[in-house]
Design a protein around this ligand. Sequence first.
Ligand SMILES: [Zn+2]
Length: 492
Amino acid sequence: MIWLLFVLAIDQRYHTFNEVAHELDSIALCYPEITLLDTIGYSTTDSMPIFAMKISDNVEINEDEPEILYVALHHAEELLGLEVCMYMSDELVTDYQLDSTITNWVNEREIWFVPLLNPDGHSVVMEGIDTTWRKNKRDNNNNGIFDLDYDGVDPNRNYDFYWSKGGSSDPSSEYYRGPAPFSDAENRALRDLCLAHNFIFCNTYHSARTGLGEVIYYPWRAPGYYSPDYPFIRLVADSMSKLIVNEAGNGHYYALPGSGVDGRARNWIYGICGTFCYCVEICTTTIVPGWMVDDICLRNSIGAYYLLNRVNSTGITGCIYDSLTGEPLQAEVVINGFYDPTLPPRMSDPTYGRFLRILGDGTFDIEIHKKGYESFHLTGVVVEPGKMLELNVLLKKKEVTSIIPADTPNLMIFPNPTRNVMTICVANPDQFSSLKIYDISGRVLKDFENPSSNILIWLVKDNMDRDLANGVYYVIGETTDAKFVRKIVINN
Ligand SMILES: [Zn+2]
């Protein structure tokens, strides 16, 4: 009797590791102005590079722009996420400056891809050794041989967020969580990338081997335990899922809250970093015929791109500054009622002082805290649907150790240029006899009579409450013996 061993060949439409490496290299070579290809780590067993691709204008610089991350292939056999990431990277660079929406995203956002987090496991699948392999290749029994029935860690159970409650402690399990949290290099690579950035959104791509496909899971709902941003995370998941048409073509993906108490990526990335992180289960199974892949990528990209628009919609953003020096501050931003003291504080960016919180429309109370500074508390902040409210905050030091004497008048403007809100900070306002906005011909457009407050939030409107046109203006404050002139730019 002749036994035929069938090795299920993986369709050539799917990228091998070498094809991923080559394609990312080509993109980086052809589009050096808007792409940055980085290696964020090396795989646990075979030391294969784990790539990250950043797409943005002025790509070498960390600009004051919202960051979004797309990650695929925690799980080796779930090939479609890698294809979605490659598809989107390719589309963003080739349509840059051809398509106005894509150009705007690339210019105004910092978009990151980690398309192949688990290259060791991926090679097990692509080489046909086991096309249903899920884990990486950690040598659990240290015998120097790759044992299909005993080796490997499930990379999506290895994060240090309720790690011991997720997956399995049995190395032979396909859900083995590893010997310790962050024991594996793949997880440390993604951890370090996330900690070094302020990602607003992250999609981690999977495909369901069993159970439900075409679902977007979000953090989190366990009995009696909701994620603090639950209503807003959910709104985004609902909107994103409705944009992705399902395989059957008769509906769309749907959104479900996932459990928060395990070592999954989405829970760690949200719980520790504050990033709204989604697990997108692409398609109804893990590997489909190659001819289906392009269509799946196209439909999923529409959901993924939604996040690039959503960062500029309903929510609050702004920068936090030292009231005397104007230095950007890293401070804690608390939205009252949507706060969990057991999680790390949600901080503004250290470079720009920028915070950005995705909310729903409504009225919010905001507190800003920083050690050594007086806390700032703002109630009744109205967030309108579809609008990202800009709110810049000046924190006052508790003990003034600045070299500027406390009684020196001063005038500071943030941000400049501005779109629609400007914060004018007046140190010692009682010393100012006038504070006015002039156009370049010297006409007074706005008169802040008696500037009695330290902080003036100006909606760039004139005395008649009309919007000012784009252009250059001057803020001029006068005291009895000094004149403070600040040139400002309105760029709506
Ligand atoms: Zn998965």
